[in-house]
Write a protein that binds this ligand. Structure first.
Ligand SMILES: [Zn+2]
Ligand SMILES: [Zn+2]
Length: 299
């Protein structure tokens, strides 16, 4: 991987993190290195855009691109917990433009779309208006995790169900000979790695994985639906994965602690790193040393 930004128009497979924090946004001096927004990932297969999750990071994504996003935007939900949905009405300026359509894809509700849940979430008194008052058009699509998504332009994305309360969906993108998997939110199984998941991520150039807890924290958080960086490394090594990015960072994990965790992780797997908000990755390109990450994030 090169960890410097690339123009969106290049014909590679790229990933930009707009939010890497789990559960709730955080801010303040302890969160300047890794960021405080909840999950939102921008994936480009060449120029073809996919967004994963509408956490609070979606606002920064919209403000960064302004009018530079396509008229139709495909937003793939891992699932609908608040840290993955609460940013949706703040996706400006996209949501204020009546000529734009946001297609949402939801795969953890037995084939039902996100429409009913989002209408419940974004309605008075929890939210001042319902989504149908917002100028852009929302088109909600449901599928079953495990299906291959095929889009109107012929693009395909593979999916897999993940172990998480109410379920979650992992995604696999393949483009230009590169493979990227996003596996969050997930709680690892015992035994581990899960054989179906292992085949799903096999030989990926990069796996993005839920590392919310440390191994020390996990025993008291069992059943909460999240995993550890060690389980991510075990999965990556068993599946021949070339690089690993940890996301869904615990809101109590400060920069100081995460830098220490990252050093421990890289002693085991040198191509593993903790994702930084606004970091851009050219998937499958040669890895640079860790200090380049911070430089890339500021660009
Ligand atoms: Zn989450
Ligand atoms: Zn969740």
């Amino acid at each position: 991987m090169t960890l410097s930004p690339r123009p969106d128009t290049e014909d590679g497979l790229t990933l930009k993190f707009w939010g890497v924090r789990g559960s709730t946004p955080v801010s303040g001096p302890d969160y300047t290195e890794f960021g405080g927004n909840t999950p939102c990932l921008e994936i480009r297969c060449g120029e073809r855009l996919f967004l994963i999750d509408a956490g609070s990071g979606l606002n920064a994504c919209g403000r960064h691109h302004r009018d530079g996003l396509p008229k139709e935007i495909d937003l793939l939900f891992s699932h609908l917990h608040l840290d993955h949905t609460a940013g949706l009405p703040f996706f400006k300026p996209v949501v204020l433009d009546p000529s734009r359509t946001i297609n949402t894809y939801c795969g953890n509700l037995d084939g039902a779309s996100a429409g009913t849940a989002l209408d419940r979430l974004f309605s008075p008194p929890l939210f001042p208006v319902s989504l149908d008052v917002i100028p852009c058009t929302f088109a909600h699509h449901g599928f079953r995790a495990g299906e291959r998504l095929t889009f109107a332009d012929g693009a395909t994305v593979d999916t897999i169900p993940l172990n998480h309360p109410q379920g979650s969906v992992g995604y696999r993108f393949e483009h230009a000979g590169r493979r990227l998997c996003v596996i969050s939110d997930i709680e690892h199984s015992d035994p581990w790695p899960d054989t179906t998941l292992l085949e799903f991520v096999r030989d990926a150039d990069l796996v993005v994985y839920d590392g919310m807890f440390t191994e020390g924290e996990y025993p008291v958080c069992r059943g909460w639906g999240h995993s550890t960086w060690q389980k991510g490394v075990e999965l990556a090594e068993a599946a021949g994965v070339k690089a690993l990015a940890i996301i869904h960072l615990h809101p109590c994990h400060t920069d100081t602690m995460l830098l220490s965790v990252e050093a421990d992780m890289q002693a085991v797997m040198p191509t593993a790193f903790i994702a930084r908000e606004r970091q851009t990755i050219a998937v499958g390109e040669p890895m640079r040393s860790a200090p380049a990450l911070a430089l890339a994030r500021t660009a």
